[in-house]
Each structure stands twice: as structure tokens, then as C-alpha cells.
Design a protein around this ligand. Structure first.
Ligand SMILES: [Zn+2]
Ligand SMILES: [Zn+2]
Length: 398
């Protein structure tokens, strides 16, 4: 046992915050020293993160919002940033965006010991410790994303409570309850306001999107084509745009691109609440609510990409049917072929023979299950995208 570990061991037995955190002092975002004694008696979140990693950049605002709310309520909570940044300037830039102290960038020994003690392999990671150093949650990132400040104090009992709440909420969900969030009872149509009550009984897609988001714009065009198609078939289907735009300007532009309804703009208050309710982490996202007001799927975007308007009404039953149809259709395809986009022969695979979710190298859309694949190169395309290319070899699968 090394001398340092011995000292830590001894300190742990004595209790106190210096037994929990193996550093001399902390540093505030503005660069001032913060005494460890300020953490005394508090629940501590050790936040392992780095500025270059998008998931950390996405998580920091969520943790900051929860942190501020907990501070307002006087909860005994503190966060300590343990930087995995590669340079001091990037550490300082990232830390300035946070309201809590950090382990000094130069205290490499401390950072190393902390990440070893808590076996930090991926970031972001939020290890929550009780005042006595006991681990309450080995990783609370998901909990903070999902529940914000309500996750405090992050105990198993608290998590069970929140989950039970959530189940109750989803079990009693109706379209009107979902939209009671904006307190208006209507959404905007192109000519007039449409009362939510008039949408009850339909399959309704809640489309979380923003104007300044390239994948959203691409998906909007596809969804619009499908929407018009389904409307043409007189399906009981409606879509409501839930704006994730930061400015009203973007909202108005999105509305002009979309042939469906829109939640009235209110600086993001209602959209933010809906995004939290449906746990929207990235956009575009299409949540589908069934005629009974219950959530059918949060995977509407994938289903539209995979099955186009055939995905309607997005139920498990419909998806199973489509998969069976695909299995049937695959029998008509050659077991292998040469495709102009790739130099090796491609073999047909299904989810039973090594296929899985993929992005088609030909059309860049999602695929699932059946594919033509070059396993050596990781090259995969849809069956439909491999068709009509030169030199398909004969033979079919049974
Ligand atoms: Zn394709
Ligand atoms: Zn290859």
C-alpha cells in the first residue's frame, strides 16, 4: 500500500470531506481558490467531462439548470468538475461555462486517483457521493437528463419514486393532458387555431424540430411527403410541430416549410416542458401518440426512414407486419451481388444472420435487418438500393 493511499485510508476513517476528495483545494470558474470545507455536509456530484466531447457539451447545461434550481431551494448539493480536457485553455473555457468549482487543472495526481477510484471509462460521468463519501449513484447522467433537479438526492428510493410517478403519468396520458402544458387548448393551423379536442381520436405525431438544424430540414422534407400521402389516403393522422427553435424567426420559417399544425411560440416554455416530458435528447424527433392518447412510439423518425408512409399507424403490430413483408420480399433478391458502389461482392444478410441497424452507404438512410453487406469493409446497403445494379449473380434464398 502506497503512502498516499495510506493517508487517504486514514482520512476516510476520520470522516470529513478531505477523506472523500483527495485534493488540497478546488478552484472556482473565475480562478479563485475554493476551500474544501465549503463542501462539508453536502451531497457531491463529481462531474467527469471534457469540452471536446459533444455529449458533455449537451449534458453541462442540463446539470447547470438542475444545479441552479437545487441551490434556489437550498439543497445541500455541490458539483466538482474533474476535467478530462487536454489543455489548460480548453479546461478554463469549459469551466467558465459552469457555476461550480473544479479540481485544479494542474492537479493531475488527484484527477487520476479519482478516475481510478470510480473506474471512469466514459464521459460524461456524474458520480454522486453522500457527505460521508459513500457512493449514492455511480452515474447520475441519465437521471439528470431525465428528471433534472427532481432526481436529487439521487438515491435508489428517489429513483423508484420518480419511475413510479412516470408510469402513472404515461398510463393516464391523453392528448388534452399533453397539451394542457401550454395552457391554450389549441394549436396553430395555417389559417386558424385548431382546438386540441378536435384531434382526439387521431394518430398524432409530435414533431420536435428546429429551423437551424440541418438533419431537421432534411427530415422535414421527407415527413412532409409522407404526411401529404397519408392525408391523401384520408388517414386519421395529424402532425404538430413542437418548436425547439431559440428564436421566433426560425419558428416562423419552419412553419412555412411544414404543411401541418404547430404549437404556438412562447419562447420555448411549452416546447421545453414537452421535450422534458418525452425525454427528447436530440432533434429531429417524432413522438407518435395513438387515438387513445397514449404514446405509441418515440421512434417515429426511424420508422419513417425505414418504412415511409407504410409505417402508419406506427404500432408494434404494423411494424411486425412490415418486417414479415420484408422477409417475404427478400426471398426475391439474389443471395449475393456486385454493386457499382463497392469493389467487393456483397452478400445478403438479415437480422438473423448478422444484420442489424445500419446506415445505407448508397442512399445514406437508415436500414434495419435485411441488407447487402461486405462484412470485411463494413459496407452495407438496402436491398432496394442494391437492386438494378450490374452483374447480380443468380440464386435465391429459401
Ligand atoms: Zn439505401
Ligand atoms: Zn468490401
Amino acid at each position: 500500500m502506497g503512502r498516499e493511499t495510506e493517508m487517504e485510508e486514514e482520512a476516510r476513517e476520520n470522516g470529513g470531506v478531505d477523506s472523500v476528495l483527495p485534493m488540497a483545494s478546488l478552484i472556482s470558474p473565475s480562478g479563485n481558490e475554493v476551500q474544501l470545507s465549503e463542501l462539508e455536509g453536502k451531497i457531491i456530484g463529481l462531474y467527469f467531462a471534457a469540452n471536446w466531447y459533444p455529449k458533455c457539451e449537451a449534458f453541462t447545461p442540463a446539470l447547470t439548470a438542475a444545479y441552479h434550481r437545487l441551490k434556489e431551494h437550498g439543497a445541500g448539493f455541490e458539483v466538482v468538475f474533474v476535467s478530462c480536457d487536454e489543455s489548460r485553455p480548453s479546461f478554463e473555457r469549459f469551466h467558465r461555462a459552469m457555476p461550480w468549482p473544479a479540481v485544479p487543472f494542474g492537479d493531475i495526481g488527484c484527477k487520476k486517483r479519482l478516475s481510478e477510484r470510480f473506474q471512469v471509462e466514459g464521459i460524461p460521468r456524474l458520480v454522486v457521493l453522500a457527505p460521508d463519501g459513500e457512493v449514492i449513484q455511480p452515474d447520475a447522467v441519465e437521471l439528470v437528463h431525465r428528471y433534472g433537479d427532481r432526481a436529487f438526492p439521487f438515491t435508489l428510493a428517489r429513483v423508484a419514486e420518480l419511475e413510479a410517478d412516470e408510469q402513472r403519468k404515461f398510463a393516464s396520458q391523453t392528448l388534452e393532458k399533453i397539451f394542457s402544458i401550454n395552457g391554450k387548448g389549441y394549436v396553430n393551423g395555417s389559417q386558424q387555431q385548431v382546438p386540441i379536442s378536435s384531434l382526439v381520436g387521431k394518430t398524432v405525431g409530435l414533431y420536435f424540430s428546429a429551423h437551424r438544424c440541418a438533419p431537421c430540414i432534411k427530415f422535414t422534407a421527407k415527413l412532409a411527403a409522407i404526411y401529404i400521402n397519408l392525408k391523401g389516403k384520408a388517414q386519421d393522422f395529424e402532425i404538430i410541430y413542437i418548436p425547439m427553435d431559440k428564436e421566433e424567426d426560425g419558428y416562423l420559417q419552419s412553419c412555412s416549410d411544414m404543411p401541418w399544425l404547430a404549437l404556438p411560440y412562447d419562447d420555448g416554455a411549452s416546447s421545453g416542458a414537452l421535450a422534458r416530458y418525452f425525454d427528447v435528447r436530440e432533434i429531429p424527433m417524432l413522438v407518435v401518440v395513438g387515438p387513445d392518447g397514449k404514446t405509441v412510439t418515440r421512434e417515429g423518425r426511424n420508422l419513417v426512414n425505414l418504412y415511409f408512409d407504410m409505417a402508419f399507424p406506427f404500432t408494434d403490430e404494423q411494424i411486425r407486419l412490415l418486417q414479415e413483408m420484408e422477409d417475404e420480399a427478400a426471398k426475391g433478391y439474389p443471395t449475393s451481388l456486385r454493386h457499382t458502389g463497392h469493389r467487393h461482392e456483397l452478400s445478403i444478410v438479415s437480422d438473423k444472420s448478422g444484420g442489424g441497424p445500419y446506415i445505407c452507404c448508397e442512399c445514406e438512410e437508415q436500414g434495419l435487418g435485411w441488407a447487402y453487406q461486405c462484412i470485411a469493409c463494413g459496407y452495407e446497403i438496402h436491398l432496394r438500393c442494391g437492386r438494378d445494379m450490374e452483374g447480380g449473380s443468380a440464386g435465391s434464398i429459401g
